[in-house]
Design a protein around this ligand. Structure first.
Ligand code: HEM
Ligand SMILES: Nc1cccc2nccn12
Length: 287
């Protein structure tokens, strides 16, 4: 059955955690050739939530099971240990926060501090025991085509528009051979949230090439790259229509992403009425 959220702390307590993560993001800006920790924290929040299986309500962000070996060492999670290590000092400073709340709050902080949309967030995830750790293999394959991507996200109750919006997060950070067998973009990696990904999909001239790890990927002459699963969004007519809309209208993209990301990090959890939604202030808004 659904997990019921439980929370004893107040919204201002979580704003303190947000501020500690946001301050550390600013201080430790050299990570990954000065991309910073934003993208990898966002990917961590997505990966701990993307294990959700609606059929038996297993996986998902509630239990914080990423902290256990089986999930941390899932090949799909390679590289996320950098995000986990970044959060260890935050965990020490706020020992009362559950792991699921910490990982998802860190993803929200990363998005907002990278000038992305506001992401409504609720506390109350409760650490579960190791036996509830979901098996490896629940996260999507980068080689998937549009049919694969559409079917994959059905497992988490996401429709086309939500899927296209969520993939817009690929305007951030980069791929690394040592993590996933894909590499790039070169020089153009960013840490500012935008709809650039959609404009690149449409406007760049793409070449489908075998990379140095033996995997096929799309490269553009401007140094951008796309995964096969990215390119699926312009190969499928229904996805393409939404890509074109988000390429033109950044607000529409931001709006859709904000809703879909909250849904992603809350999948499988029931929040009692007394647990209020928090919209955190960015550091800039508090200065
Ligand atoms: C079809 C679905 C998806 C696939 C196949 C996919 C695959 C990948 C791969 C292979 C990487 C490179 C990892 C590395 O080499 O370090 C990556 C990076 C990334 N992904 Fe996705 N992803 C998907 C959906 C998402 C979603 C839904 C989000 C967030 C909402 C997301 C956020 C990110 C971010 C921020 C990075 C950059 C990480 C960094 O720079 O360290 N991805 N993704
Ligand atoms: N930055 C980034 C990360 C992951 C996938 C991806 N595709 C295009 C760009 N991109």
């Amino acid at each position: 059955g659904l997990h019921i959220a439980e929370c004893q702390k107040k919204p201002e307590d979580y704003q303190k955690v947000y501020n500690a993560i946001a301050t550390k993001l600013r201080d430790e800006d050299e990570y990954d050739n000065y991309i910073g920790y934003g993208p990898v924290l966002l990917r961590l929040a997505w990966h701990v939530s993307g294990t959700f299986e609606k059929k038996d309500n297993s996986g998902g962000s509630f239990g914080g099971t990423y902290r256990f070996k089986k999930e941390m060492e899932d090949p799909s999670n390679k590289g996320l240990q950098n995000g986990f290590k970044f959060l260890s000092s935050i965990q020490e400073q706020f020992p009362w926060i559950s792991h699921g709340d910490l990982y998802t709050l860190a993803g929200v902080t990363a998005i907002q501090e990278m000038q992305g949309p506001k992401i409504p967030w609720r506390a109350g995830r409760v650490d579960q025991t190791e036996d509830l750790t979901p098996d490896n293999g629940r996260l999507p394959d980068a080689k998937g085509d549009a049919t694969y991507v559409r079917n994959f996200y059905k497992r988490m109750n996401f429709e086309d528009r939500e899927v296209v919006a969520l993939l817009g997060a690929h305007s951030l950070g980069k791929t690394h051979y040592e993590n996933s067998g894909f590499e790039g973009p070169w020089g153009a990696a960013t840490n500012v949230f935008s709809n650039e990904y959609f404009n690149n999909l449409i406007n760049e001239k793409w070449e489908f090439v075998k990379n140095e790890a033996g995997n096929m990927q799309y490269n553009s002459d401007k140094g951008f790259m796309m995964l096969p699963a990215d390119m699926a969004l312009v190969q499928d007519p229904k996805y393409l229509k939404i890509v074109k809309e988000f390429a033109k209208d950044q607000d529409a993209f931001f709006n859709e992403f904000g809703k879909a990301f909250t849904k992603l990090i809350e999948n499988g959890i029931e929040f009692p009425k007394n647990i209020k939604t928090t919209v955190f202030k960015t550091l800039d808004e508090q200065e």
